[in-house]
Design a protein around this ligand. Structure first.
Ligand code: COA
Ligand code: AMP
Length: 632
């Protein structure tokens, strides 16, 4: 079957298509009902099937004779460690950790937060939860205690699994004090904190709720895999929305496992036994789907990389990794390639490494600019495939289906719709627009298996955010267009979500924090173009009448506030003082207008603007502070 036929089969008869795909994973109870719906009419996949995702990722391969295959490679340039674990070794540690968690009272239906750096135990913790039906919520290690506390209060974990420290390029980050602070800030109090002491010198203050990870694993019996219903929530993963409160994306078990297996083979063309490397973090959806569950379910060797594309120690790290570990398929964010390109524009490091194992390079997480794609293609002779998806979907929506048919690449496009996704481009009033016309990217319901089930304990927000804008369709939050050949181009978010170095962040959340500064009367935070990180936030603030504060001091204090509340990862560095913000006559802040002005894009001043003169004022301020196109 070529791409066209496969795609047609998936949209003409989704039930038949996904029934077939479900045969590619092992079920304890085969699902009889393929597609049904919940009490709100939202689609459910494989409702009556029973399985265990940890079993699929580990035990199944051991039973089939692959226990000695390397399942996971931990490569940490920051600690100068390389360690390999076979499927049998991973299973033993995971099963014992799961047993230990059971002895602490954790059971099916509970939740656990995992707050860990990029170390194997982060994956072990996720798999241990999956083994016993505990729904995990991994929180990115770069988030500050305040963010961790918000998630603790929302998903109410019985336990937190953490490590003593993470390592950034230039510093050790002690995690335990951050966890303790988050627990203090949160209303909900987890019963236990399971802590892995990495013995790297970080402070590990002891609290009564602490349990030592190593002692727990050592002293526990292996737990068996618990059979779980297909719709059992494997995890909740928080992502930024259009308000200060992150959204808890709920993932099912059976639909997700089926979709991951399908995508590993058909999107990524990863053959069982090959090495698959997603250079991301377990705190993001890429980490869930393509560092942990996808590769392991497909019996690939996966890599946990504790480092950065540059400075650990230099821009050759990715190429060293590919050569040393014989990586077949790789996934990273364009920002990582931009960082490498900046340090090594002529690709001198690339020439020093044997990259013959590499078949395909996948890119996603943010828009891939054509220059980055072309640089990659000039220096590395494998297809560089941009593809588009979101935390919500859990796996690619638009791609080049490398396991089915390699279609010609159109730079700037993310490819064509992945089987299962019926994508339309809608105008504001919900009618489909023609080719090459920009609009809202929507997906016809039912979404395929593996996509979000709900928002954690917040179905009204789920409906309002995704389903009500265009009834019968899922609203992606992205804008884009299709060309005459049905290639899809994503032009960017249509809401207040920004993408900073591949990290999804909410400007609305940053605004809440900036506004909490005692000198700020009102503010707007917008995402502006950045050569390295794709986008970075810019805060425009109006200070309170009569306040006497220097710009330098205000900027420093606001930057510090955002780092304390969200984390350094927010990358807010620029704060400018304006006399007033551009608004419509009804008081709505014109953020898009400010973005276009700063990025030097064409803009039209809306007829509803309160006072046109403000556009000139904003430009003067941007010039003064040398921001955006006025920085040169
Ligand atoms: N824990 C603690 N702090 C973290 C962190 C973590 N897990 N991750 C990032 N940070 C901190 C960084 O140390 C940095 O702090 P600083 O402002 O004090 O220097 C800040 O957050 C910003 O980090 P980052 O955006 O990563 O910038 P950087 O300058 O350190 O590195 C890149 C730039 C491009 C090399 C890096 O962003 C990168 O590797 N990007 C790829 C991202 C990616 O794979 N995303 C996944 C999407 S698929
Ligand atoms: P996340 O949920 O963190 O994976 O972020 C998803 C968002 O990142 C999408 O809604 C897009 O705005 C953006 N995104 C992801 N991949 C791409 C891509 N290949 N091209 C353009 N934007 C992308």
């Amino acid at each position: 079957m070529n791409y066209k036929n496969t795609y047609a089969a998936s949209t003409e008869n989704p039930e038949t298509f996904w029934k077939e795909q479900a045969h590619n994973i092992h079920w304890f109870t085969q699902p009889k009902t393929i597609l049904s719906s919940d009490e709100n009419g939202y689609p459910l996949w494989y409702k009556d099937g029973e399985l265990n995702v940890c079993y699929l990722a580990l035990d199944k391969h051991i039973e089939e004779g692959f226990g000695d295959q390397v399942a996971l490679i931990y490569d940490s340039p920051v600690t100068q460690t390389v360690k390999k674990y076979t499927f049998l070794e991973v299973k033993t540690e995971v099963a014992k950790l799961a047993g230990g968690m059971q002895s602490l009272g954790l059971k099916k239906g509970d939740t656990a937060v995992i707050y860990m750096p990029m170390i194997p135990q982060a994956a072990f913790a996720m798999l241990a939860c999956a083994r016993i039906g505990v729904t995990h919520s991994v929180v990115f290690g770069g988030f500050a205690p305040h963010e961790l506390a918000i998630r603790i209060d929302d998903c109410k974990p019985r336990a937190i699994i953490t490590a003593s420290s993470g390592i950034e390029i230039d510093r050790l980050i002690a995690y335990k004090p951050l966890v303790d602070e988050a627990i203090q800030l949160a209303e909900h109090k987890p019963k236990k904190v399971i802590i892995l002491n990495r013995k790297l010198g970080a402070k590990v203050p002891f609290k009564k709720y602490d349990v030592d990870y190593d002692a727990l694993v050592y002293g526990s019996e292996e737990a068996e895999c618990v059979p779980l219903n297909s719709t059992h929530p494997l995890y909740v993963l928080y992502t930024s929305g259009t308000t200060g409160k992150p959204k808890g994306i709920v993932r099912d078990s059976g639909g997700y496992a089926t979709a991951l297996k399908y995508s590993m083979q058909n999107v990524y063309n990863a053959k069982e036994g090959e090495v698959f490397w997603a250079a991301s973090d377990v705190g993001w959806v890429v980490g869930h789907s393509y560092i942990v569950y996808g590769p392991l379910i497909n019996r690939n060797t996966t890599i946990i990389f504790e480092g950065k594309p540059i400075k650990t120690p230099d821009a050759s790290t990715f190429w060293r990794m590919i050569e040393e570990h014989k990586v077949s398929v790789m996934f990273t964010a364009p920002t990582a390639i931009r960082a490498i390109k900046k340090e090594d524009p002529n690709g001198e490091f690339i020439k020093k490494h044997d990259l013959s194992s590499l078949k395909i390079q996948f890119l996603a997480g943010e828009r891939c600019d054509v220059a980055t794609l072309e640089w990659y293609q000039e220096h590395i002779p494998v297809p560089a495939i941009d593809h588009w998806w979101q935390t919500e979907t859990g796996w690619p929506i638009v791609a080049n289906m490398m396991g089915i048919e390699y279609l010609p690449i159109k730079p700037g496009s993310v490819g064509k719709a992945v089987p299962g996704y019926d994508i339309k481009i809608f105008s504001e009033n919900g009618t489909e627009v023609g080719p090459n016309e920009e609009g809202y990217v929507v997906i016809k319901l039912p979404l395929p298996p593996g996509t979000l089930l709900d928002l954690w304990k917040d179905n009204p927000r789920f409906k309002a955010g995704y389903l009500e804008k265009f009834p019968g369709y899922y609203f992606s939050g992205d804008g884009g267009f299709k060309d005459d050949d049905d290639y899809i181009f994503i032009t960017g978010r249509v809401d207040d979500v920004i993408n900073v170095a591949g990290h999804r962040l909410s400007t609305a959340e940053m605004e809440e924090i900036v506004a909490s500064h005692s000198s700020v009367a009102e503010c707007a935070v917008i995402g502006i173009n950045d050569e390295l990180k794709g986008q970075i936030p810019l805060a425009l603030v109006v200070i309170k009448h009569g306040e006497d504060i220097e710009h330098f001091q205000l900027e420093q204090e606001i930057v510090k506030l955002v780092r304390q509340q969200i984390g350094a990862v927010a990358s807010l560095r620029n704060v400018v003082i304006v006399q007033r913000l551009p608004k419509t006559r009804s008081g709505k802040i014109l953020r898009k207008l400010m973005r276009s002005i700063t990025d030097g894009e064409e803009y039209q001043i809306p007829s509803t603007i309160d006072d046109e003169a403000i556009v000139g004022e904003i430009i003067e301020v941007l010039k003064k502070y040398k921001i955006g196109i006025y920085s040169k």
